[in-house]
Design a protein around this ligand. Structure first.
Ligand SMILES: [Fe+2]
Ligand SMILES: [Fe+2]
Length: 286
């Protein structure tokens, strides 16, 4: 058995997120920010710039003429989509090839996170929520703790299997076997990366949305999108079938089942597109 302290300390083994990404998410929250501000930040990070151009020119966006400059990419895609792509590109680079302990490939993990991001954003838009881009980032990063916890889980896999027989969820099995879970470890990662408060909150409470200390709507949206992603078959890791969707989160959002179905239908192409982009790009390949 590892101490929780040892596990939390190991968070430092994860690579840091590029500085550009932190600055872009700050700009995204600034109403006064101009497209030129985004261009300036992206130009200073060659990897983010290269990823942005590659994605802007991919089949995902159906552009008629090649996009050759960052200005063009920002004008064409809009600042919101640019921040989303930069987030995805930066995050994709730090995902290992396999996630030990979770029986998931990098692609499976990425597809799950992308699905939660896209579904959450779609639900936010359909509800007229003011910050769908924040929901996208929260969705993409909600399971970040798994990147750290997986290594420890692998070493107690017998214990986890035993716990899974009696436990109601994989999260509970993590807690019983290791004394912590991927939500708590994810908060430690978020602190190391200095991620903004809504992201920290969504990571901490995505399995128990009613415990959110702030940003309730964002947390509820990520929780519902997570459940929907599992229901649609995007990221059914071990214990995935034991997951339940909190009816209080649905009630707080005023969501009906038919709206979930609509969001799913509108998101499927984008989810498949992001999964395809990941498998074709350098994302996740160390
Ligand atoms: Fe989770
Ligand atoms: Fe998840």
């Amino acid at each position: 058995m590892f101490s929780v302290e040892t596990i939390l300390k190991s968070v430092t083994s994860l690579p840091t997120l590029p500085v550009a990404l932190t600055r872009l998410t700050e700009l995204a929250r600034d109403d006064q920010a101009e497209p030129a501000d985004f261009v300036r930040v992206i130009r200073h990070d060659a990897a983010v710039a290269a990823n942005l151009l590659r994605v802007a020119n991919s089949a995902l966006f159906h552009v008629a003429n090649p996009v050759t400059s960052i200005e063009q990419a920002v004008n064409l895609l809009g600042t919101r989509r640019v921040v989303e792509l930069a987030t995805g590109a930066s995050f994709g680079r730090i995902i290992p090839k396999v996630l030990p302990g979770y029986d998931m490939t990098a692609e499976g993990y990425w597809t799950h996170c992308a699905a939660v991001a896209i579904l959450g954003e779609q639900l936010a838009s359909s509800l007229g929520n003011a910050a769908p881009d924040a929901v996208f980032t929260c969705g993409l990063l909600h399971d970040i703790g798994k990147l750290v916890l997986g290594t420890f889980l692998m070493q107690v896999s017998g214990e986890i299997q035993r716990q899974l027989h009696g436990a109601t969820s994989f999260l509970e099995a993590e807690r019983l076997a290791l004394g912590t879970d991927h939500a708590e470890v994810g908060v430690a990662v978020a602190a190391r990366w200095q991620l903004p408060p809504p992201v920290v909150c969504a990571i901490r409470s995505h399995h128990a949305p009613s415990t959110a200390e702030s940003d309730q709507t964002v947390v509820d949206l990520v929780h519902v999108a997570d459940g929907l992603a599992h229901a649609l078959g995007f990221g059914a890791d071990r214990g995935g079938l034991a997951r339940t969707m909190d009816s209080k989160a649905m009630a707080r959002l005023g969501l009906r089942v038919h709206q979930l179905e609509e969001a799913a239908a509108l998101s499927l192409d984008s989810i498949h597109g992001m999964a395809e982009w990941f498998s074709q790009s350098d994302g996740g390949k160390p």
